[in-house]
Ligand binder design. Structure first.
Ligand SMILES: Cc1cc2nc3c(=O)[nH]c(=O)nc-3n(C[C@H](O)[C@H](O)[C@H](O)COP(=O)(O)OP(=O)(O)OC[C@H]3O[C@@H](n4cnc5c(N)ncnc54)[C@H](O)[C@@H]3O)c2cc1C
Length: 468
């Protein structure tokens, strides 16, 4: 008889585990406390505008091979716009288009970096040296150094720090440079920019996230026999001896299973676990994982303020602009209002700032960059802050991330916070779900690799930078 797997948490980690295990004949029940799937990558209804908006724009990169695999498996891959050209705008207002030349990695972006209008020749030399040194660095020998210290040791100019390293890393890792571990910074640059030509390309969902992780995904999973129960908050996992036997819902109902996957955020995991596991050092260490906030400002204008689909904004409070109206027009959605989303990662500096002031500051920046915004009427705006958006990639934080195999044999952990080698991303979440599913398969006597290989590193990158 096929085994029953109970998965607690309908974020991408739980969804990836559900997809892969149901495809291999397990009877999967997915329990999600909220009314919608998607977890931290989800949407909600903005009552004033009457539209479904994302808690924050999510993007994926070319190097996110498992997330892409998951989207392909579930039929979601066509819901993304792939950007092979990124628009970087400094305070000089010039739109710098970052795109590859025909050179192989790691040289494919050298010309684009070399032409950034807001870096001078001294900055460019420092940057080229810094990138090469970072690729050749062995972070395990750095004894907990933070990335700002590493940058200073490698003579990076103020401009490269503020207008390049900060720009890329704060959006990729949602942390400030003084809190980022060198290993995680290196991973971003190697995987996304240096090892493969396509690692940096950006995939942006055309539709709100709920239209991806909502009905299309539910339909796919249900076709594979997954029983999806939203609004089904789990109060605790019930153990009998050294086995978990059931997930007890908040309404008292008990969902029995043979194998369990706990895929809730790290700060909730301990509260659902049987006492002896909650007390184990692997789980206690989770409390030491810190978190970082991400904010997004949503603005609706009566007219277009820019024809760009997106922009990376340098030396501003606003970090990324996404032209949601333009993205949705690509899938035939028409809206007389023009909707833009501004993302501010690692947004601690907004703490204590009145919402109206933050929105006004962002609005003013848009007017400075795109003068058409001054003539436009701002119809509606709102600020959304996810205070515990991601775990912080501080030096040593990897030590606090448990493996997927929990101390109880028939219980797996899944979530971006488990040991995946990745920061808190959709890729990390999907990887964790696949790793948890691999363990379930192994326990069932049918070991199979589900985690997808990374992009193959270019030969020149391996030779020039010593990448293995
Ligand atoms: C504002 C913001 C912006 C981000 N931007 C990006 C981005 O651009 N690119 C990117 O790759 N990543 C981004 N991320 C990170 C990404 O969203 C997460 O890493 C990923 O979605 C985590 O998935 P998960 O399944 O591990 O956890 P979660 O998504 O947190 O899923 C856990 C699920 O468990 C459920 N749950 C909790 N308690 C219970 C219970 N008792 N019973 C049942 N269910 C329960 C929760 O409701 C939730 O649905 C962003 C995150 C945020 C918050």
């Amino acid at each position: 008889m096929p085994k029953r797997v109970v998965i607690v948490g309908g974020g991408l980690a739980g969804l990836a585990a559900a997809e892969s295990l149901s495809a291999r004949g397990f009877h999967v029940t997915l329990l999600e406390s909220r009314p919608r799937l998607g977890g931290r990558a989800s949407s909600f209804e903005d009552k004033t505008s009457g539209t479904l908006i994302d808690n924050c724009q999510h993007v994926s990169l070319g190097c996110c091979t498992n997330f892409r695999h998951f989207c392909e498996r579930t039929g979601l891959a066509s819901s993304f716009r792939v950007e092979r050209e990124l628009n970087f705008i400094g305070t000089d207002g010039i739109v710098n288009r970052l795109k590859s030349t025909s050179l192989p990695a790691p040289l494919h972006l050298a010309q684009a970096f070399n032409r950034l209008s807001y870096l001078d020749s001294r900055d460019r030399v420092a940057l080229a040296r810094g990138l090469s040194a970072l690729a050749k660095t062995d972070p395990s020998k750095l004894n907990g150094e933070t990335f700002d210290v590493w940058l200073a040791r490698h003579h990076q100019t103020e401009n490269t720090v503020n207008r390049f390293w900060h720009v890329v890393l704060v959006s990729a890792l949602s942390e400030s440079l003084d809190r980022i571990a060198v290993a995680q910074a290196r991973k971003v640059f190697v995987d996304a920019f240096l090892a493969h030509r396509d690692g940096w390309t950006v995939q942006i969902p055309n539709a709100p996230l709920d239209e991806l992780y909502g009905s299309p995904l539910v339909a796919h999973l249900e076709r594979q026999g997954v029983v999806i129960r939203t609004g089904a908050g789990v109060r605790r996992l019930v153990a009998d001896g050294d086995r978990v036997i059931a997930a007890e819902l908040r309404n008292g109902e008990s969902i029995e299973g043979d194998e369990f996957v706990l895929a809730v955020p790290h700060y909730l995991a301990a509260s659902l676990l049987p006492g002896n596991v909650a007390d184990s050092s692997a789980v206690q260490d989770l409390e030491r994982l810190e978190t970082a906030p991400i904010s997004s400002v949503h603005l609706w204008f009566d007219r277009s303020i820019t024809d760009l689909p997106h922009a990376v904004l340098i030396d501003r409070l606003s970090q990324w602009m996404f032209n949601r109206t333009m993205l949705q027009a690509a899938i035939g959605r028409k809206d007389p209002r023009h909707y833009y989303q501004i993302v501010i990662s690692a947004s601690r500096e907004l703490d204590g700032t009145p919402t109206a002031d933050t929105i006004a500051a962002v609005h003013e920046e848009l007017c400075e960059i795109w003068p058409d915004a001054r003539a436009a009427t701002l119809l509606h705006s709102r600020l959304v802050t996810e205070h515990r958006a991601v775990f912080s990639v501080t030096p040593g934080s990897d030590r606090f991330r448990p493996r997927q195999q929990s101390p109880i044999a028939n219980l797996q952990f899944a979530g971006d916070w488990t040991q995946t080698g990745w920061p808190a991303t959709m890729e990390g979440a999907v990887r964790s779900g696949y790793l948890a599913a691999e363990n379930v398969l192994t326990r069932d006597g049918r070991a199979e690799a589900l985690v997808q290989p990374d992009l193959k590193r270019a030969r020149l990158a391996r030779w020039l930078l010593g990448l293995s």
